[in-house]
Design a protein around this ligand. Structure first.
Ligand code: HEC
Length: 545
């Protein structure tokens, strides 16, 4: 039989999943079994007792490394990497009877991999497969799948958990429409807000236009057609009032307009309540435009482009502690802005290296006098770090400060080369957690061309480019998913495909290994080419701190 070359192995597994998901066999909804879940997700039998699996050669895997989630993924829908196929192990899939609808798909790809023509598991044969590594047809399972000597109670709980995987109704998906929300906090920049909404609305329009053009069909010598023709509908959730009230607002929006996922979005000083909402309600929140994301990589649903100002703090810390021995680090920030959190991050890092960090919050409405006072405090061996936005930077005095070095946050100044007085520039280094303008040009030509054709004014370049990138990633992941609309599976598809993306906008490369929630992990430190000019030059290579 011919080997498949028009379908990637990933797509092949998806095909299998379609069959499983079209199952006519309802699996009774079980209560969440806690032992089963912790075996599956954490590799624990109990708080004190790690799970142990036995590899084919006799070696054992223990604890987190033995957890089913590592291979079969959180959704239980498995994955495919090269020639390795990790099958789905949801109850729906394992307990479905012999499929046999050969006309549904091209079974060429199943030959020698996963046979669909076999008996369904029952609780006994499933337990045997987990304990002894024997498939339902008595075939020995491949060497990657460990064997687990679970007692009957733990096994029952595990099997009950498998039956719950990817088996709940998913809101926001109807026969003809996929609903998405985007979330905007009240303190978001109004210009960037307009720019982001423009991109989202046009992208959704394009998407729906494309669908009207006809069904998308994949063809081989037999035609296999997938129903990927759902419209995309955007719901713009604009939050009001103080952050303490946002979670309640989000819950009522969600109840009124159920959505499958949250795409992009725009934040200001805090994103914490939105992050919490996404995680608690198990909604993928994909790549919002926020420079102070929540760093909680054990959470699953919120995914970001980068750690934002936390990443900048690490870049600056590496620069300060890596070379010159400064006496003190004076950090200047607005108490009520994202720079306060960044300064805290940096203080911890430089303290670890034995340096003293002093916080100098700017409070006044007019910062000029306060900035002058803080500058007078600095000595020639001190390092100054400005976590300030453009308006504050423009209030700096023209004369260069007495300091060994001055650092500024590129994100907060939006990489504006011209905010600083010329006399300062020889002293200044900027953290730059995106690719350099010249190097990213070829990747941003595409969105820029699209903005032009769709008559979208470019008012906030990074936000708009990132929004376009987020939409592109979502579209690609959904295509990969075919008809399986499971939220966990969406996040997993993104984890798997994002690193293969060539058009990655502002970022030189993206990657989201399972458990990683920040797709771009490094940045540059840059300085001004010369005092008069505004050209930025990298100090060195891309750094992943
Ligand atoms: C290191 C990766 C890995 C881990 C960890 C792992 N599996 Fe597997 N599992 C596999 C692979 C690969 C296969 C496919 C083997 C084959 O078909 O030859 C498989 C197959 C299976 C099958 C058979 C599916 C079928 O269609 O016949 C079941 C059931 C299963 N695993 C359950 C589990 C459970 C439950 C856990 C956790 C207790 C687990 N696996 C942990 C890799 C893994």
């Amino acid at each position: 039989m011919r080997e498949g070359h028009f379908l990637k192995p990933g797509v092949f597994v998806m095909l299998l999943l379609i069959l499983a998901s079209r199952g006519i066999f309802a699996v009774p909804q079980t209560l969440l079994p806690s032992v089963g879940e912790s075996i599956y997700r954490a590799g624990n039998l109990s708080a004190a007792l790690p799970l142990t699996g036995l590899r084919a050669g006799g070696a054992s895997v223990v604890g987190v490394a033995a957890a089913c989630v590592n291979c079969h993924r959180r959704s239980g829908l498995g994955t495919a990497e090269g020639s390795t196929v990790i099958p789905p192990i949801t109850g729906k899939y394992l307990y479905r009877p012999d499929v046999g609808h050969l006309e549904d798909m091209d079974l060429l790809y199943a030959q020698g991999r996963i046979s669909l023509r076999r008996e369904s598991y029952d609780d006994l044969s499933l337990a045997r497969s987990i304990r002894e590594g024997l498939g339902r047809d008595g075939r020995r399972l491949g060497p990657l799948m460990p064997r687990y000597a679970l007692d009957d109670a733990a096994m029952a709980s595990l099997i009950a958990y498998l039956k719950t995987l990817s088996n709940a109704p998913v809101p926001g998906v109807s026969d003809d429409t996929l609903h998405f929300a985007t979330i905007i906090t009240p303190d978001a920049d109004p210009l960037a807000r307009r720019g982001m909404i423009d991109v989202l609305e046009r992208f959704f329009e394009d998407k729906n236009q494309f669908i009207r053009g006809g069904r998308r069909v994949m063809q081989d010598h037999r035609t296999v057609a997938f129903r990927v023709t759902r419209r995309w509908q955007l719901h713009v959730w604009e939050l009001k009032g103080p952050p303490e009230s946002w979670q309640a607002q989000l819950h009522s929006r969600l109840a009124a307009e159920p959505v499958f996922a949250v795409i992009s979005g725009l934040g200001g000083r805090t994103w914490e309540p939105v992050h919490r909402f996404c995680e608690q309600d198990a909604i993928p929140c994909l790549f919002p435009n926020v420079d102070l994301p929540v760093v909680a990589e054990r959470d699953f649903y919120p995914v970001y482009f980068s750690r934002g100002v936390h990443l900048e703090a690490d870049l600056i810390a590496a620069a300060i502690t890596g070379k010159e021995r400064a006496q003190r680090v004076l950090q200047i920030f607005r108490e009520d802005d994202i720079g306060a959190a960044a300064a805290q991050s940096l203080a911890i890092a430089v303290n670890k290296a034995g340096l003293v960090s002093l916080s100098r919050p700017v409070k006044a409405a007019s910062a000029k006098d306060e900035l002058l006072r803080i500058l007078q405090e600095a000595g020639p061996d001190d390092v100054l770090v400005f976590w300030l936005r453009r308006d504050d930077l423009l209030a700096l005095p023209g004369a260069a400060p007495t300091a060994r070095q001055v650092y500024i946050s590129g994100l907060m100044d939006d990489f504006a080369e011209t905010s600083l007085p010329a006399a300062w520039r020889p002293l200044v280094r900027m953290s730059y957690p995106v690719d350099l303008p010249k190097q990213r040009q070829f990747r941003t030509t595409f969105p820029h061309g699209w903005f032009r054709i769709r008559h979208i004014p470019v008012v906030a370049d990074r936000v708009q480019s990132d929004t376009y990138l987020a939409c592109g990633i979502l579209a690609e992941a959904l295509t990969d998913m075919l008809d399986i609309f499971e939220r966990d599976f969406l996040v997993e598809r993104i984890e798997d495909m994002v690193s293969r993306r060539v058009l990655s906008g502002y970022y030189p490369r993206l990657g989201l290994a399972p458990g990683q929630r920040f797709a771009s992990k490094g940045g540059y430190m840059v300085h001004f080419a010369d005092a008069g000019g505004a050209d930025l030059v990298a100090d060195g290579e891309w750094i992943t701190p």
